[in-house]
Design a protein around this ligand. Structure first.
Ligand code: NAP
Length: 244
């Protein structure tokens, strides 16, 4: 997709969807800044990319801490492609949600992307090109019991996607979101099999996505192949089953 010469920052690239996106962006020729907290898994992703002939480096940062988010932006340098992927999802009814978990969802899923866009999009605008893809979720638009804070933090991210698309369109920066359905990742591996099957059964395809299937959509939106797409939220949800 013609990404050589571009530098991409992928947050949460040490696992799951972020890791698959980082690997695919590198295959398309981008130099990838692999972000996460776990340095060992970060080094593993960098090694996988380098072994395939690509270029990558790891930067560690805790995105629940805004000063660390800013440090990540500084250490990443000039970024052409930003993938806001790192996220947290704890499913609890409102009565069980603590203030600390409320803050964690907002800090990681909404504020960290906000701080990164505020820090990195002006540079893209100055250089006259850039692409940002925010990873949302099916739960941002489908009412589900127990996902309130997660859904709200990602619905805010979808709204910001449209606002940022409008703010930066004339400066050559496109901003889109991908809303995945249930996907097999280390994050969902923690869930019990019956719950995962029940969620997979809410899709028309009746199965979980693999991270690589979600990454295909993310990399497409990030690339110039999607040059007339901005402000969009692309559902990668395996289809909704019909009623009846
Ligand atoms: P995952 O397997 O749980 O991996 C999470 C990634 O985020 C890891 O790389 C982790 O890095 C990083 N991360 C977590 N907390 C962090 C923190 N405080 N600071 C910095 N990095 C942190 O995630 P996933 O399932 O692939 O999900 C990725 C994105 O897709 C999330 O935004 C999620 O909401 C969204 N999504 C997932 C699904 C799904 O079914 N899996 C469905 C819809 C949307 P370290 O481990 O190195 O800290």
């Amino acid at each position: 997709m013609g990404m050589s010469g571009l530098t991409a920052l992928v947050t949460g690239a040490t696992a799951g969807i972020g890791r698959a996106v980082a690997v695919q962006l590198a295959q398309e020729g981008a130099e990838v800044v692999v972000h996460g907290r776990d340095a060992e898994r970060g080094a593993d992703v960098v090694a996988e990319i380098e072994k395939a002939g690509g270029a990558a480096r790891f930067v560690r940062a805790d995105l629940a801490d805004s000063s660390d988010v800013l440090r990540l932006a500084e250490e990443a340098g000039d970024i052409d492609v930003l993938i806001n992927n790192a996220g947290v999802y704890k499913f609890l009814p409102t009565s069980g949600m603590t203030d600390a978990l409320f803050d964690l969802h907002m800090d990681l899923n909404t504020k960290a992307p906000y701080v990164l866009v505020r820090a990195l999009a002006p540079g893209m605008a100055r250089r006259g090109r850039g692409s940002i893809v925010n990873i949302s979720t099916m739960a941002a638009s489908v009412v589900t019991r127990g996902t309130g804070m997660y859904s709200a933090s990602k619905a805010a991210l979808e709204q910001l996607t449209e606002v940022w698309a409008a703010e930066y369109a004339e400066q050559g920066v496109r901003v889109n979101a991908v809303a995945p359905g249930p996907t097999r990742t280390p994050g969902t591996d923690d869930m019990d099999a019956a719950t995962l099957k029940a969620v997979a059964d809410t899709t028309a395809l009746r199965r979980l996505a693999e991270p690589e299937e979600v990454a295909e959509a993310v990399v497409f939106l990030a690339s110039d192949r999607a040059s007339y797409i901005t402000g969009a939220v692309l559902d990668v949800i395996g289809g909704r089953p019909a009623i009846g």
